[in-house]
Design a protein around this ligand. Sequence first.
Ligand code: GLP
Length: 242
Amino acid sequence: MLKVIVADNYEEVSREAFRIVKETVKILPEPVLGLATGSSPIGLYKKMIADHNAEGTSYDKVRTWNLDEYIGLPRSHDLSYWTFMHENLFEGIDIPEENVHVPCGDTEDPETECAKYEESLKDVTIDLQVLGIGADGHIGFNEPGTPFDSLTHVAELAEQTRRDNARFFENDIDQVPKQAVTMGLGTIMRARKILVIATGTNKADAVYGMLRGPVSEDCPASILQNHEDVTVILDKAAAYRL
Ligand code: GLP
């Protein structure tokens, strides 16, 4: 079942998302969170840190698995997703480092890394998976055409994705890696609950495809119509085609 919340602005979107994350972290004794990078969840992560500082919400027993990582960037690189997660969330909360999982893209053998990452999730069920959505409907780095039953794999980034992400790489598309390790659509669909955050008019077509389009590999996010517990939080701009 898909539930859609349209909020007034990014602040409200982040507040709604935080409410759901906090509930999961508070209720479950050993919560497992699936986490995403990108601009969309930054407001949520800021609220998690502020709440940890103000209310003492603890992440001591929380384990996290991130969706994806660029291939070819060392973890220490400013723009690796490992660095993004540490700077935007992990350093601000009390999660033990050994509870954090981000795929490693700095490897000669990404296929083995994919298999290891999937294996690390074998006996784990993600309680709440946070997702952004790409302008072409990708989730994680599962670009259009990715099989619905895919597991963690090496993904080729679509041209549009590399253009969109160039803003982080000095607006130079040539600096954007061409491949990534990503959880597959099958991996993502195993999560108990999924939370999608999307804002801005450039996401409106992808949001429409996700919610109203046919369930098709042409729009990877449309697979979420087959999941039983998805909440989509949008601002008005991202929701305008609905
Ligand atoms: C990136 C990431 C996705 C992210 C999406 C949207 O390429 N791989 O996990 O959700 O694109 O990013 P943003 O939130 O910055 O718009």
